[in-house]
Ligand binder design. Structure first.
Ligand SMILES: [Zn+2]
Length: 329
């Protein structure tokens, strides 16, 4: 639903409330505390009374919108605005579009990112995966068109050829076209070993991505991320030559691409994850200017969510659905 549709469909708060109720309960409204169906009809303040546990509740009770002071109509507008903003949206923009105070806009933005994080917890990756880390907090990296691509004509790598052949026999299909199209950064990892904030990510080719702000990027830290999100038995993971990945073959099929020699070899490259980092960096520079370490995980979650829903026209529906999921407090 876009902003015009929201505006036409929800003329008052009751319409908006009923819409949320329908998403949460369908036709069977139940107590948000004890799940009893012995409840009063809706009161003037949009709350219900439970005859079983004697508590009162509303449609937002025990969800991420619990205790919201904003009209639900405002939330519908916010979801529509955010789902329409492909590159992310700043609090300043929300403030203007919604006509609310900056602080309110800021709170809405972060609440919406929380709704996106719920989605990210359910990600499972398998198949051909690319893993990499990036470092946030410095000057933008320069991108070029990748003159280091397709060096396979001159580059001979007997070991890599053998691995690619074996993995192809196991059913992994590396797409050679991929190496030509995407842009990449051919400079060394300037962030490694600096005080910038590391973010590690894994992408499934033509699938979903997961990314996480890291305290450290040791083997143990990166392994945890793999164990949490990857189906190890059904995957091969491509990384660069960063030392922390050295022991990855102990936990998963692992293939390294040596960026000092080449960027893509017979479809073995980390272009997909590098493209994702480019989106993150452009977004952070363009929309958010400065992101403090405290909130960086939320912003990263937003980019992950948007990337994973890139083919989905209705991020709005997903946000609504997630806003009505009961949570355990
Ligand atoms: Zn109850």
């Amino acid at each position: 639903m876009n902003i015009i549709e929201v505006s036409n469909k929800f003329t008052n708060e009751l319409d908006a409330t009923k819409y949320f109720e329908n998403i949460r309960w369908s036709k069977n409204i139940r107590c948000a505390y004890c799940n009893s169906s012995q409840i009063s009809s809706r009161n003037n303040d949009y709350r219900f009374h439970c005859k079983n546990c004697n508590k009162s509740f509303s449609v937002t009770t025990n969800t991420l919108l619990h205790n919201t002071r904003l009209p639900l109509k405002t939330w519908l507008y916010s979801f529509a605005i955010v789902s329409d903003a492909k590159k992310g949206i700043s609090a300043k923009q929300l403030e203007r579009n919604l006509g609310v105070h900056y602080e309110t806009a800021w709170t809405i933005g972060h609440k919406i990112r929380e709704l996106m994080i719920i989605e990210n917890k359910e990600i499972e990756l398998s198949g051909i995966l690319e893993m990499d880390e990036t470092y946030i907090g410095g000057k933008p990296r320069k991108f070029n068109n990748g003159s280091a691509y397709e060096t396979e004509k001159t580059y001979k790598n007997i070991e890599l050829d053998k691995r690619i052949k074996e993995l192809k026999q196991d059913g992994f299909k590396f797409n050679r076209q991929k190496g030509n199209s995407a842009k990449s950064d051919i400079s060394p990892k300037r962030g490694r070993g600096t005080d910038k904030t590391p973010v590690a990510g894994i992408v499934q080719r033509d699938g979903s991505v997961i990314a996480q702000v890291m305290k450290n990027t040791t083997y143990t830290d990166l392994k945890k991320l793999v164990n949490k999100y990857v189906d190890n038995s059904e995957s091969v993971i491509i990384t660069d030559e960063y030392k922390a990945y050295d022991k990855f073959s102990q936990i998963i099929e692992h293939i390294k691409v040596d960026h000092q020699q080449m960027y893509s070899y017979k479809g073995v490259n980390t272009n997909s994850i590098e493209s994702f980092w480019a989106i993150v960096k452009r977004g952070i520079i363009g929309q958010y200017h400065q992101v403090s370490f405290k909130y960086l995980p939320n912003y990263i979650a937003e980019f992950v969510f948007k990337y994973n829903n890139r083919k989905d026209d209705d991020i709005f529906e997903t946000l609504i659905k997630n806003s009505m999921k009961p949570i355990n407090r």
